[in-house]
Write a protein that binds this ligand. Sequence first.
Ligand code: M6R
Length: 603
Amino acid sequence: MCGIIGYVGTEDTVPIILEGLKKLEYRGYDSAGLAILDRGAVSVVKQKGRLTALEEALRQNPLTGHIGIGHTRWATHGEPSDTNSHPHLGSQRKIAIVHNGIIENHRYLRETLERKGVVFHSETDSEIVAQLAEYYHRGDIMDTVIRVTNALEGSYALGFLCADDPDKLIAVRKDNPLIIGLSDGGNFIASDVPAVLKHTNKICYLEDREIAVLEKDRVTFYSRDREVIHKTPETISWNFESAEKGGYKHFMFKEIMEQPRVLRDTIRSALPGGTNHAVIEALDIGRYSQIFFTACGSAYNVSMVGKYVLERLCRFPVTADLASEFRYRDAVIDARTLVIVISQSGETADSIAALREAKRKGADTLAIVNVVGSTIAKEADHTVYTMAGPEIAVATTKAFSAQLALLYLLAVRFARGLGRVTPPEEAALLADLEELPDQAEALFAHVDRIQQYAATCFNCKSIFFIGRNVDYAIALEGSLKLKEISYIHSEAYAGGELKHGTISLIEEGTLVVAIACTERLYGKTASNVEQVLSRGARVLFLTSSGETEETDCLSLLPIRPVSEWLAPSLSVIWLQLFSYYVAVYKGCDIDKPRNLAKSVTVE
Ligand code: M6R
């Protein structure tokens, strides 16, 4: 959580930092602030609330300068408030810092400094970094940063400004992301690439404990032992426009509409000539005895689809596990296990821990990641990238679809490796897959249908989602999407589970969203629909079967996949649109839902 940005160069820093913070707001939006170093003095303006509050504060108290750091916060230690906002200053206002992460030993360090007379101003764990820096500082900021980071336990991405060294911005990280952007007009630090894309696509990734010293015309990288490290910048293919709303009212809607393109690019990436092809081809399913998926949130829901699809197509043992559970449950895995970690950001703390646990146990690891150069992408034994481009809305949509597409391709590849499909069968599966983007596109012609239905649902107190098999996995995703952006209570159940308790919650008018795209299970889900209808529910039924007819209480959303196994990719788009419109009609903050952050880098 939290986004940090810094700039040193020839331009006016404040607009650059504000623009960067806008791109990072998805990481947290409880408060925002910036520090500027000008004529040997550090000035800080910070404000509880959204970025607009900071912009207003800067109108009252304008700052200028050519070097600065900024922060947007997702509160962990201390409530959202002006004082708990970043940047934090040491007592002598010489050193300012911005921090993303958690300092685990902050209490001990704070008490130690307090005994020496240092006065703290906030309740945050982060302030210790600024206070400690000033306590240790003897004139050499590099030395100070090394001493500070040696004392810290926990995770951090940090930016430092020091009044004694007015031309340098120092950055260091451990277990939290930090990129360095290089341009002719100056150099940048940021939590994520979109924050600097307007200015540069030349990026260096900082490794754990490495230190970057940024000046207006150069960046020098050091190891923790002060040895100079040479890094070659990577060129990012995402462009600035892809991180903009492009005329849409919300990023979420734009990202939903981008899905045909994302599916097309991701499928191509895994076919001969594509960037993921070699990695996928090199995976030898014959060396494994089982597959474990591990992930969080929506990425976990993708894993659930993956489990059903792989088991059925490959006849191979597959487990899907929440990363937060996997990391502590001492799972039975070994060198003959392939652990697949799925993550949009590649920085989710639980997923990183699960990956490390899998590696510690000797498993082979494959990452399915969207953000190039992220921790999970770099630490996994094999990495494939989803071609979603920057995903800004907190609620994931296009990354979900891209992950699903790569899973289908892996399933086909593994089915071939295990001899479960003949070459013509494989070709037929791939041909179906290549039709998926057009099918997704065709669905958008009927958006008004789901919009009209959503208009009747925004007052619901509770909504239930049911389905079986892959439709159950998509029910989980539909339910998650709805609650995270509309704040309507919702639950997803495997259709067969309903009668074991949950059906007692169904009363007159309760909305049940049922999904039935798995033909052999259609009758089962249809009878669950009957059961809830007869208890007064109204039902939105997503189905590929033509057997059901609409009634006053039963509305249909037809799904026509070219092949049944690809139906989840279409039903999920309907559910994304449903959640989106319900939240729009409720007047919710679609792209920045309360209490959430895009990238969950804390446990
Ligand atoms: O970046 P990741 O894919 O690892 O993130 C995992 C979850 O935090 C994420 O999918 C979350 O559930 C989304 N907000 C759902 O829309």
